[in-house]
Design a binder for this molecule. Structure first.
Ligand SMILES: [Fe+2]
Ligand SMILES: [Fe+2]
Length: 535
């Protein structure tokens, strides 16, 4: 059924493509008047699956007329995945592509920008990953999967044909372990722009976008940008808005990168007209804001937890918020930007234990449990679970090393080197933060989509039956002996205003005495609640 639906979607896409190609004949002159002029920048255009240079000729000619030194790839029809494995095929293709790139740059050795349509964009990313010194930037047009977690989000009719056409023994797949995700927020150090369309009927929008958390963590010169433009899949290289955006991004200087600003391409009168008719809120919030993707600087984000979410997800999200709070707390306590003899290593050890031991023992098993439930309703998500488990074991491994180092630092006999500790601490937090962002923006919404609302109560009940279903040690009920120091600190912070006079002289003692009172009050309250609920 899904295949038939996807076949119909494909037909619509082809119809829109035909319209875009027809319009392109009329818009060329106007386009050339408004797009930025190039200064001879080298550009190579890579066609999508089953297409050849013909599909990129029009874009090449427009770019040439605008002053860019644009070339098609010259490797004939893009026949898609061939051979025994996806990895071997990509190795071979990128080697062929870089040969062509070198021909284009010639004796000057100048870097070449790659603009890839669909599968051509995947090849562009992979080539840039392997030869970052020779590539200037990458622009992808509706290219599949920057993230293997969500790469099954594609037209099933097209992937079925691609699998049939691939050589025997190779199943067309770029999901899960066969997925290609090398593009982190900083690696490789060159800009990438993903142009995606909400009505793309081949590579669905989520799979063609750079995950938000990567965009958020990115910085110049390795900027990551998503541009949402309404167009078909196959006609992107003929669409006026897409070509405008491609030329704009090709002309943008890498070292002074500014986010794409669509407003300059709207005639002033059209903006005024919309503002007159609907007020400027409509234009700025719905049209403009949607087009213009801000380049956001890294910032841990405490999220609001909506009331109508399933309890289990609320709990996971509360843990995420705890992680962000603790992370911010330690960063704040680094008064002069580093750990030193004065640092509160006991506190750091508790925070590190929360982030490693608690997450490993309770939080990650719960996430994996939720995803096993997702599989019951949506077996195609198997690779999401696999990838989740892989990331969790990676975090556990890094966490164990961090904890070891923090515990050494707590021991006056074997003080670890504080600067090394800081590097490891920040690296670990960074890994965890991108993991959390991925869960918040991709995986939890996936769980919400696939587990039906009525099933969550049963999922919750099954989880409660498990031994590892303990509460967070930072909640008043769950606070454990091993997190006492941290809990005391948090209690102190929460209770600062009620602090009795005279405690202020000794920082550690004052905090300790003050928080013991608060802690015991909380524990008493929790005990009472437990007793009354068992009566
Ligand atoms: Fe996780
Ligand atoms: Fe998580």
């Amino acid at each position: 059924m899904a295949v038939i639906k996807d076949l119909l979607r494909l037909q619509t896409d082809i119809a829109v493509t035909a319209g875009e190609i027809a319009l392109s004949r009329l818009t060329r002159k106007r386009l050339l008047r408004k797009i930025p002029r190039g200064e001879g920048q080298l550009v190579m255009l890579l066609p999508g699956y089953m297409a050849g240079d013909d599909s990129m000729n029009w874009l090449r000619d427009v770019l040439r007329d605008a002053g860019f030194d644009a070339h098609c790839w010259g490797l004939g029809q893009n026949r898609g995945f061939q051979g025994e494995s996806g990895e071997a095929h990509v190795e071979e293709m990128t080697a062929r592509i870089i040969e062509k790139v070198r021909k284009i740059s010639g004796a000057s050795g100048a870097k070449v920008a790659l603009v890839g349509q669909s599968l051509g964009g995947l090849y562009s990313r992979e080539t840039a990953m392997r030869y970052p010194d020779e590539i200037d930037r990458v622009i992808t047009l509706g290219s599949p999967t920057i993230h293997p977690y969500i790469s099954d989000d594609q037209n099933s009719f097209v992937t079925r044909i691609a699998s049939r056409k691939a050589e025997a023994g190779f199943r067309f797949s770029i999901t899960g372990k066969q997925g290609f995700l090398h593009w982190g927020a900083r690696q490789p150090e060159l800009p990438m722009v993903a142009i995606w369309s909400p009505i793309d009927a081949v590579v669905f929008s989520q799979s063609a976008r750079i995950p938000d958390y990567i965009v958020q963590l990115s910085q110049a010169p390795a900027i990551r940008e998503n541009l949402r433009l309404v167009c078909s899949h196959s006609g992107m290289a003929f669409n006026e808005a897409v070509v405008t955006a491609v030329a704009d991004r090709l002309a943008e200087p890498v070292d002074q990168w500014q986010a794409f600003d669509a407003v300059k391409y709207f005639p002033r009168w059209s903006i005024e007209l919309v503002e007159q008719a609907f007020g400027n809120r409509l234009f700025h919030e719905f049209i403009y804001a949607d087009w213009r993707q801000e380049v956001v600087r890294p910032r841990p984000e405490i999220r609001d937890i909506e009331d109508d979410q399933p309890l289990l997800l609320k709990r996971l999200r509360r843990d995420h918020n705890d992680f962000y709070q603790l992370y911010a707390m330690i960063e704040e306590s680094l008064a002069d930007g580093s750990f030193d003899e004065e640092s509160d290593y006991l506190l750091l050890a508790d925070v590190a234990r929360f982030m490693t031991d608690y997450l490993d023992r309770c939080h990650h098993p719960l996430e994996e449990f939720v995803f096993q439930e997702v599989l019951k309703f949506h077996p195609e998500s198997a690779h999401s679970l696999e990838a989740l488990e892989r990331e969790h074991s990676k975090i556990a491994k890094h966490g164990a090393l961090l904890l070891q180092q923090v515990e050494n630092a707590c021991d006056p006999g074997i003080k670890g080197r504080p600067d090394r500790l800081l590097v490891r601490w920040r690296k670990f937090c960074e890994t965890l933060r991108s993991h959390v962002e991925l869960e918040e923006t991709v995986l939890f919404p996936q769980a919400m989509t696939h587990i039906p609302a009525r099933a969550w109560t049963i999922v919750q009940r099954d989880w409660n039956l498990r031994e590892d279903s303990a509460e967070s040690p930072l909640s008043d009920v769950g606070v454990g002996e091993e997190f006492r120091h941290l809990f005391e600190y948090l209690s102190y912070v929460a209770n600062r205003d009620r602090r009795p006079e005279g405690f202020g002289d000794n920082r550690v003692l004052g905090r300790y005495l003050d928080s013991v009172v608060f802690l015991s009050e909380k524990l008493d309250g929790a005990l009472e609640r437990r007793q009354s609920s068992s009566n």
